[in-house]
Design a protein around this ligand. Structure first.
Ligand SMILES: NC(=O)c1ccc[n+]([C@@H]2O[C@H](COP(=O)([O-])OP(=O)(O)OC[C@H]3O[C@@H](n4cnc5c(N)ncnc54)[C@H](O)[C@@H]3O)[C@@H](O)[C@H]2O)c1
Length: 358
């Protein structure tokens, strides 16, 4: 396979912001087919890419022999059907998070993709922040010691505007939980390990957004116990008025261990805060240059806004995994693990009980 033909299914916001610029960094890759249910969105993407194939029906795209890999960036409820159909026709798959509406579906996606022998990847984009990758490296080499506490806080100001499909449970599954906290649940898995049990609460403080009903959560918090005995506190909100949104607002992770503490925030892409046990407090720790781009990425970290451009390494990793016939750095299994925690959070909020995670 010399040139890889990619299909993008769902050509809305994230495809234009992350996936197209990422694919543009990859050699011998062509955006060959596009699909969007909205003809105007599809036509705009077709004009922007020059892709020769375009359809409003994802079934027509997935079955094509001249498509080698698909990127799924539709509203969440469509991810499992598209991914399973793509796996069954031998396509490699990069699927946006949350990959499904529940863990059972996410596990089926992972097993179908494994069975088909295709590469599969969950778009946990913030794993590609250089500082996050460096933090994982430092923890893996033992600098944290025994993990004691994991803490994450994601605060944004999305106001009360209409969020479209994102505020409809049947299309999105959950609100802030799947939209934002899913990434921080994945951080917790990457940095500390599996969660053993947890209690959670969710709140919907905006049942009407700009005149349209919202049946999803706009705030979520989880209190967790990890299998290794560490504690976890995770909070995420769309209603932190005045905090702004996107990477300009708080995205904070702190991890305390027996030897040290580390603090990470997406807004400071190339530095961590670090303090050693018994030391004077946290001080800046610069991320070494070799961590500024993902291994195998040709991206120049000096080009563009580094708070945006790290996201392009995600598509590069997907393409490199296909070429090198190896697993992607973050697979559907990681997506399913995060989904199990999300399911438990929903159940805990409903039952008001601690939930054991299997
Ligand atoms: N990884 C990240 O950091 C990140 C960031 C933003 C969004 N996302 C995820 O990406 C996905 C898309 O989000 P978005 O912000 O781009 O949303 P969006 O609404 O901008 O785009 C979704 C597109 O899917 C299209 N669509 C709807 N039904 C379809 C169908 N049946 N077939 C084909 N296309 C269809 C819509 O017309 C729309 O253009 C979601 O799963 C979201 O959670 C991930």
């Amino acid at each position: 396979m010399s040139t890889l033909n990619i299909a993008i299914i769902g050509t809305g916001g994230i495809s234009l912001q992350n996936h197209l610029p990422g694919l543009a960094l990859c050699r011998d890759v062509r955006v060959h087919a596009l699909c969007d249910a909205n003809p105007a969105t599809l036509e705009a993407a077709r004009l922007a890419t020059g892709a020769p194939v375009a359809s409003t029906q994802w079934q027509d795209i997935v079955k094509r022999d001249d498509v080698h890999a698909v990127i799924i960036a539709t509203p969440n409820f469509l991810h499992p059907d598209i991914a399973i159909a793509a796996a069954r026709t031998g396509k490699h798959i990069l699927c946006e998070k949350p990959i499904a509406l529940n863990a059972a579906d996410a596990r089926v996606m992972a097993s179908e993709a494994d069975r088909a022998g295709v590469r599969h990847m969950t778009a946990f984009t913030y794993q590609f922040v250089p500082a996050m990758r460096y933090l994982r490296h430092l923890i893996a080499q033992g600098d944290l010691g025994r993990p004691y506490h994991y803490r994450s806080c994601r605060l944004q100001d999305w106001g009360t505007r209409n969020l479209g499909w994102r505020q409809q449970k049947r299309l999105a599954g959950t609100g802030e939980l799947g939209d934002m906290l899913s990434h921080r649940i994945d951080f917790a898995h990457q940095l500390v390990g599996p969660i053993r049990r947890m209690v959670a609460n969710v709140m919907n403080l905006t049942p009407i957004r700009d005149g349209a009903p919202n049946d999803t959560d706009d705030w979520v918090a989880i209190l967790a116990e990890f299998e290794n005995g560490a504690s976890g506190v995770l909070e995420s909100s769309k209603l932190a008025s005045g905090r702004n949104e996107s990477w300009r607002s708080l995205d904070y992770v702190e991890i305390n261990g027996s030897e040290a503490s580390f603090e990470f925030t997406t807004g400071r892409w190339n530095e961590l805060m670090h303090g050693k046990k018994g030391g004077p407090g946290l001080a800046k720790l610069e991320v070494p240059r070799e961590f500024w781009v993902w291994p195998g990425s040709p991206r120049d970290p000096g080009v563009g806004d580094p708070l945006v451009s790290f996201r392009y390494d995600q598509a590069v990793e997907f393409i490199n995994a296909i070429r090198e016939q190896r697993s992607c750095s973050v697979t559907f299994h990681d997506g399913a693990r995060a989904q199990a925690v999300m399911d438990a959070a929903v159940k805990s909020a409903e039952t008001r009980e601690w939930i054991q995670i299997s």
